[in-house]
Design a protein around this ligand. Structure first.
Ligand code: SF4
Length: 396
């Protein structure tokens, strides 16, 4: 039987992102095959990789000394040569009005990122879920974790605070997963029911790390959140939507559509000049066919920009052609970012106009959810990430 001894190591190559500044091997972010190969390469039996994988991604433990089915000397050796933590908790804040909780974490380079936990009540019965209706006991409780994939964002969506702050770096797969790990350990693993890749950044511009993190969630040893409960939101990186479909990871896709007309989308989402609406619709149609999932179209309601009758009619037409639902989002103010130019002129559509959109879409049998504004008192609402902490209750 092969002796387990970290001193008898064979060299295996870890990428630079899997080395800490102190040159320890950073294991968080390695997939199951990578971790198994890592341990085999270090002279261990393969099951050691499975054990560490289970501790890291299922038990959400980031201290080798707590891994009590490993011999003490192995724990000591791993502690000396390897690292599990990728992010440092900085602070968190809870919205007194909605219970939305925003976390701020720091990467090893000193960059700050945000993750948000959103307790929601979702009414699946269309007759009971009209915009503005009082919530009922029949509504289903759901708690969604919104995670970031980049520090800032290189895209420049005019309605988004993250876009206004610019771009610093891609997060690693470990940093993406660790947002779940840290928030689940704090908030309660069993309470988080859904994950959306919808925080800071464009996930499909950080494609490899995004896919690796999804592979970790998908692994049967992880037993965390099922891929059916994970949604990747994209501003529309058409070729990567096709690539994601072909991975076999049947995660849900949300396309930030926001207009059915290129001349409008070119202005509010400049990435549209590179990947047009048609390219993106062709991609999500392919995605829906290959994965058997329904596409979500995100639609932020902007007064006199995308809430006209022709916008509504175009959206109805689109939804009749593709298995989809629409997530209507009242625009959340950017005023704390002191926006200039076009962003400064944006206003949310009126409640009446949003209601009209929702009712007309539902009349055409389109499933519509309205993302009630949650967390804007702590700058954690949709499109507001990157704002400074404002009011609210600091967590212990
Ligand atoms: S909406 Fe998404 S893709 Fe657009 S700037 Fe904001 S974070 Fe980036």
């Amino acid at each position: 039987m092969q002796k387990e001894n970290l001193t008898e190591e064979k060299e295996i190559t870890l990428s630079a992102e899997n080395k800490t500044n102190g040159k320890k091997d950073l294991l968080k972010g390695l997939t199951f095959p990578e971790l198994r190969n890592y341990f085999v390469g270090k002279g261990h039996r393969a099951f050691r990789g499975a054990q560490i994988f289970h501790w890291m991604y299922n038990r959400l433990v980031d201290d080798f000394y707590l891994m009590n089915n490993l011999p003490k000397e192995i724990r000591q050796q791993l502690s000396d040569s390897c690292e599990l933590k990728t992010l440092k908790y900085i602070t968190s804040e809870i919205s007194p009005s909605s219970g939305t909780k925003k976390y701020i974490f720091e990467t090893s380079e000193g960059n700050l990122i945000e993750s948000v936990i959103i307790p929601e009540e979702v009414n699946l019965d269309p007759d009971q879920s009209r915009f503005g209706q009082t919530k009922t006991d029949e509504q289903q409780k759901r708690t969604t974790l919104c995670i970031s994939t980049q520090v800032g964002c290189p895209l420049d969506c005019q309605f988004c605070a993250t876009g206004l702050m610019g771009y610093k770096k891609n997060l690693t797969a470990g940093e993406i997963f660790d947002q779940y790990s840290l928030t689940a350990n704090d908030y309660g693993k069993d309470k988080i029911t859904n994950i959306v890749y919808m925080g800071m950044g464009e996930p499909l511009l950080n494609y490899d790390a995004t896919v690796k993190s999804l592979q970790i969630f998908a692994d049967e040893l992880t037993k965390g959140i099922s891929l059916k409960k994970i949604t990747v939101s994209t501003a529309g990186i058409a070729p990567r939507i096709i690539d994601l479909a072909d991975t076999g990871l049947k995660v849900k896709i949300a396309l930030s559509l926001h207009s059915c007309f290129d001349e409008i989308r070119d202005v509010i989402m400049p990435i549209n000049k590179k990947y047009s609406i048609k390219q993106n619709i062709d991609s999500v149609r392919y995605y829906a066919r290959i994965t058997g999932t329904r596409i979500t179209f995100e639609y932020v309601m902007l007064k006199d920009i995308n809430d006209r009758d022709e916008d509504l009619n175009a959206l109805k037409r689109l939804c009749s052609e593709i298995p989809s639902k629409v997530n209507v989002i009242p625009f959340n103010s950017l005023e704390h970012m002191n926006p200039t130019g076009f962003s400064a002129q944006l206003q949310s559509s009126s409640k009446e106009r949003i209601e009209k959109f929702v009712e007309e879409l539902r009349y055409r049998n389109v499933t519509v959810t309205v993302r009630f504004t949650q967390g804007n008192d702590i700058a954690a609402a949709c499109g507001q990430l990157a704002l400074p902490l404002t009011k609210g209750t600091k967590s212990e």
